[in-house]
Design a protein around this ligand. Structure first.
Ligand code: 6GU
Length: 237
């Protein structure tokens, strides 16, 4: 997967993606991150990429020209016609399903906005998907782009050490993950649940599923209802 990131802060993207598991995925050639500075493509002789909004109001807007020319420069580098994902609080909520779907692409273009946003005309011209990572406002799209890069990358075969490690994830089966324990057996007077020490794998699986259900019911009733509905639909198939 090649992630082309259109941004005013390429260092932020390269730093964020250049650690830990994503760093290893890059070294293995499973992903690459191409951070492209939108400022390098402005026609403005002072390097400006923003201007006042028509109609007035507070704040500046990223102009269409530098964004579009950055996009054209990326398209020149590839024979593909990648999706363009605009990170914005106006987008639909980014989900695990989106991560799985995006992971099937060969290349993605991520567009990070700044200031009060981007001129609507260039959004209409190039953007295929507009996504938000939650109901709060960030100062720019870079952290959201890193969230998308991370969530998509870990769905790519070989990126996680153990190919099973994504299978037990929260959301993979529509439930949150069960609690987990490592050594020692007793810590500050708290014992590891006895069943996990029993060696009875069937019982352990049963316990974990029940814990997942309980957790989801208590913490995310919205997810739990969806899980019940999906189970229901499955049983009626
Ligand atoms: Cl994708 N961008 C910005 N600027 N703020 C956000 C967001 C994205 N998702 C949630 N808040």
């Amino acid at each position: 997967m090649i992630f082309h990131v259109m941004t005013l802060f390429p260092e932020m993207i390269l730093q964020g993606a250049g650690q830990s598991i994503l760093k290893r995925a890059m070294e293995k050639g499973l992903i690459s991150v191409d951070a492209v500075n939108i400022r390098d493509y402005t026609d403005n002789k002072h390097g400006r990429v923003d201007d006042y909004t028509y109609g007035g109001g507070a704040g500046m807007l990223m102009q269409a020209q530098p964004v579009y020319d950055t996009y054209r420069a990326i398209r020149e580098k590839t024979d593909k016609d990648p999706k363009v994902i605009y990170l914005s609080p106006q987008g639909r909520l980014f989900s695990h399903k989106d991560a799985q779907k995006f992971a099937l692409e060969d290349e993605l273009i991520l567009l990070c906005g700044h200031y009060e946003g981007i001129d609507e005309r260039v959004i209409e011209e190039i953007v295929t998907d507009e996504v938000s990572i939650g109901d709060y406002v960030l100062t720019g799209g870079e952290l959201a782009a890193l969230v998308v890069i991370d969530a998509v990358s870990r769905m790519i075969p070989g990126v996680l050490g153990n190919d099973d490690s994504a299978k037990g994830d929260s959301f993979q089966n529509g439930l949150l993950e069960y609690p987990q324990y490592s050594r020692p057996e007793v810590w500050r007077g708290k014992r590891v649940p006895e069943i996990l020490l029993s060696g009875d794998h069937a019982k352990v699986d049963e316990w974990r599923l029940e814990q997942s259900r309980l957790r989801t019911m208590q913490r995310r009733p919205d997810l739990y209802q969806k899980y019940l509905d999906d189970e229901d639909a499955c049983n009626r198939q």
